[in-house]
Ligand binder design. Structure first.
Ligand code: 6R9
Length: 649
């Protein structure tokens, strides 16, 4: 049976939903007509030390560029995530922790307990000399201490920079050096799918690299209990420093526009950018989107499978859910360990009601068939979500029918590290669903389509996705490089924020995100800049030149395809291929592992020396018939040899 392309709003779901179709229409209209009034009202959801009187103060015009929200308000994010819940939700579970090893008992941490743990670490950080505005790098596995570390920084006004545990020493060092971190919080080891990750050893290696002298202290959480090198006085055991601290910690008064965190993300050029988010607007936006998109109820058990190393973990494991007083599950493991049933076993064990994951995980599990899903009940589930990349309709249908038994709406949420929170998504009680479409803009969000010349496209159209006005969760700058912020996002289409994504608006006005239109590859929902992989490759002494493109991949969405030209006199071999792949893993981390590495005696270049990636993408896709015009190349013959090598590969 073919599925209908449109799933109308489920009346039973809508009857209990926070936001109905009428609410959405009315409030969206107000949110764009009178954003001051709308966001003033929504801002009241937080506890302010000084309530804001100025709400929206923004301009995308280059001559008068500024983004400020709630600019005269004062608040503390950790107080909003913890203290204010103590009177009514002190004994409510804030975090449920599920270990990588399913035989270990799960842990439940109440709001009261989490408050104490955050206060103790806040005091410890202060005792170690960390002050408001100082940067702290967090390199931890998915354990409750990662959440504690973020909130402890927020409590004392330190700016956290979480680095994903899968990054290699060079990537840690780059991120530490860029923001001048004073302290690193890490663990002896991480554990994922039964495999150990040498976190402390990676930090040790990173701190031997140039530019990392700012680090005075490394706090080490005992997690697996593995023996690690401790270099006194730099390295301190977390428990030895933290356990003796007082249970109360005076929260820092933060201006709404004071930085809350930096999170590094890949762009189309150069090294990853430090995306900076501030306190007030971010927290209003993360918490409000979390409440509306996930139709939050007091008794929900909410599980987002992301890692806190990505923005999804920041907004939808930590800040959104905890500001809302929700119960959030923290999962250390992976979807297929010990077997492909794990997600659903965890759902049953904790009676998860709202489940939020990435299309790549759905596709990987789909490949294992229905049996591992059907071996579980999943009766507690009422809402499903996806994030990170476009979801293909087949995977959407499998998620809807097999996982959710056609009972749970799916919210396909489009957003970015830069946007702080969800911008385009269905609201499950208000919006019809279309497999593959993110459907409608959230309150206050004004998407538009432009062509390559910046002309706005009307009606049914496909083009580059821009946003014509600011929203409270928007990033404020690239840390240490405001010029790069303006150049990257506001110069391509003046007066508008350019997302880097392409999109289509259909005849109903629904939005379909088609993927990146810049040189960013989306591998399993993780952004990798082609420039980063290229620079890792050319840092190998045998490589003269490299060009990297994305190609369609069944499970990962996109894979990494590298073309490598060797230094004269070097010979290509399978051993060298392996060595180069290992070199990229070593330089960036396993997430940047090239899926294919093709030897390229020459690369297709224009006469001005620019690599024609369009052509390389078509060769990688194995679609040479779509190469288009190659006559403008400096040496058109290189194309033929690349195509024939691809065919024989
Ligand atoms: C939240 C997050 C952002 C890029 C974004 C887009 C892609 C994210 C998507 C989606 C289609 C969705 N993306 N969600 N594409 N549909 N629902 O993933 O942030 O890591 O910064 O990636 O991911 O290409 O531009 P981030």
């Amino acid at each position: 049976m073919t599925q209908p392309a449109v799933h109308p709003v489920d009346p039973a779901f809508a009857a209990r939903a926070r936001i109905t179709r009428e609410d959405y229409r009315r409030d969206y209209e107000e949110s764009v007509r009178d954003p001051e009034r709308f966001w003033a009202r929504i801002g009241q959801r937080l506890d302010w030390m000084t309530p804001p009187t100025v709400i929206k103060d923004t301009s995308f015009e280059l001559a008068d560029f500024h983004i400020r929200w709630y600019a005269d308000g004062e608040l503390n994010a950790s107080v909003n995530c913890l203290d204010r819940h103590l009177a009514t939700r002190g004994d409510k579970t804030a975090l449920l922790f599920e270990h990588d090893d399913p035989t270990l008992p799960a842990e439940s941490i109440s709001y009261r307990e989490l408050h104490v743990r955050v206060c103790r670490l806040g005091n410890a950080l202060r005792a170690l000399g960390v002050r408001k505005g100082d940067r702290v790098t967090i390199y931890l596995p998915m354990i409750p201490d990662a959440v504690v570390a973020m909130l402890a920084c927020a409590r004392i006004g330190a700016v956290h920079s979480v680095v994903f545990g899968g990054f290699a020493p060079q990537s840690i060092a780059d991120r530490v050096a860029d923001c001048g971190s004073k302290l690193i919080i890490t663990a002896d080891e991480g554990l994922r799918g039964g495999k150990r990750i040498a976190l402390k050893a990676n930090v040790d290696a990173a701190l031997k690299l140039p530019g990392t002298n700012s680090v005075e202290t490394v706090l080490v959480v005992r997690h697996t209990g593995a023996a690690v090198d401790m270099q006194m006085p730099r390295d301190r055991w977390f428990d030895a420093v933290v356990d003796s601290q007082a249970d109360a910690c005076e929260p820092e008064r933060m201006n709404a526009e004071d930085p809350l965190f930096i999170l590094y993300t890949s762009g189309s050029t150069g090294k990853p950018k430090g995306v900076l988010h501030t306190t007030g607007g971010y927290l209003v936006y993360a918490s409000y989107t979390h409440e509306c998109v996930f139709d939050l109820r007091e008794d929900d058990v909410y599980w987002c499978t992301a890692d806190v190393g990505w923005v999804t973990g920041h907004s939808y494991i930590v800040y959104g859910p905890l500001a809302n007083g929700a119960t959030a599950l923290v999962f250390e493991g992976v979807p297929n360990f010990p077997d492909a049933s794990r997600f659903w076993q965890v759902v049953d064990r904790h009676k998860v009601t709202v489940f939020y994951t990435a299309p790549t995980a759905i596709r990987a599990l789909m490949r294992e068939g229905e049996e591992p899903v059907q071996a579980t009940s999943r009766a507690s589930l009422r809402l499903l979500g996806t994030v990170g990349e476009p979801i293909n309709p087949e995977a959407w249908r499998w998620y809807f029918e097999v996982v959710g038994e056609s009972r749970c709406p799916i919210v396909d949420t489009w957003w970015q590290t830069e946007t702080g929170g969800i911008l385009i998504s269905p609201l499950p009680g208000a919006t019809h669903l279309k497999p593959g479409s993110a459907t409608t803009p959230f309150f206050g969000v004004q998407p538009a389509l432009v062509d390559a010349n910046g002309h706005t496209l009307q009606g049914e159209a496909e083009g580059n996705l821009v946003l014509t006005d600011s929203w409270p969760g928007q990033m404020r700058t690239v840390y240490g490089d405001h010029g790069r912020f303006i150049d990257t996002y506001f110069r391509t289409y003046p007066g508008r924020y350019f997302t880097g994504d392409g999109a289509r608006r259909d005849a109903d006005g629904d939005w379909w995100i088609t993927g990146r239109v810049d040189d960013v590859i989306n591998v399993s929902g993780h952004r990798i800049g082609t420039a980063e992989v290229e620079s890792a490759l050319v840092s190998h002494p045998k490589v003269a030149e490299a060009a990297v493109v994305g190609f369609p991949h069944d499970i990962k969405g996109q894979g990494i395809y590298a073309y490598v030209t060797l230094v004269a006199g070097e010979t290509a071999s399978d051993d060298l291929r392996k060595e180069l792949v290992a070199h990229v893993r070593q330089e960036i981390g396993p997430i940047a592992t090239p899926d294919h590495l093709q030897w390229a005696p020459g690369l297709p270049k224009t006469r001005s020396g620019k690599i024609m990636r369009r052509i390389l993408r078509k060769i990688a896709e194995n679609a040479p018939e779509q190469l288009g015009d190659t006559s403008t190349l400096a040496d058109p013959s290189v194309v033929g040899s690349l195509v024939s090598e691809r065919r024989n590969a």
